[in-house]
Design a protein around this ligand. Sequence first.
Ligand SMILES: [Zn+2]
Length: 282
Amino acid sequence: MLKHIKELEKRSNKGRTEYIKNYLKLAGVSFKIQKFRQRILNGENIIITDFCKQDDRAQLLLTAHTNKYFSSPGANDNASGVAVLLNVIDQLKILNLNNGSNIKIVFFDHEDGLAYIDGSTFYVNNTDLSKIKFVLNLDMVGAGNTVVICPKITNNNGSNPYVNYLLKYLTQKQITYFSFDLPPLLVGDHVPFVKNGVPTITLSMMPERDLGHLKKVLDSSKLSQLVESLITRFNRKKHPMFIMRHRHNDWDTSEYIDKLSLKLCKKIVMDVIKFHRGRSNN
Ligand SMILES: [Zn+2]
């Protein structure tokens, strides 16, 4: 997976999309391109069609954004999520999963930078959402071994069987996890889905120390959270959290990516797939 990240971090946004398409072609994976124009940007979502029929109900969506933030190499944000999904695709091929598996993998373009969750918003506005059971979005999964989930799990979304399974799974495997709503000025590709009532989480990884800091910030007032968000935006390299220091700047390189984080993330995704297939078969 690190190999993908090293290839992706050298490339422009357009080059990243091309890299993924080429890789899929060579691997014999079929996909559809969903071109869009939102505001001033042309973008392309890549939709893998090998594991899902067009009219499948009860779909599990696995997603990650492909673009990076301006000139940042974008290794953790979000070549890491892309690399994990490419590896998951390889695995599904090895398992010989066909298009009756109800699994759709989608790579979103333009999550941030000049954009604002544009690829996922376009996808949501042009898709029959009633067919989707659950969306698992990966964003920044290349550092640390604790799992963070957005939005916050409440009685409301916590009753979703996939969320339920995931939380039980993490507890069982003794993986530390934490769920929260994004502080002001931050967004993620789960937002347009959640707004439209589709059960969706963004899963990220972070080092345990980062999680400690995050919890402290979230316990503070909205005003302090806003100040924190501004520090994040304008003085990232001084940020107390490792993943924030290496985000949206030239420090977001593969040098800081931990193979074990990618491996753990992939394992979690594969087990969610297993759960999904167990449900579909009943
Ligand atoms: Zn991201």
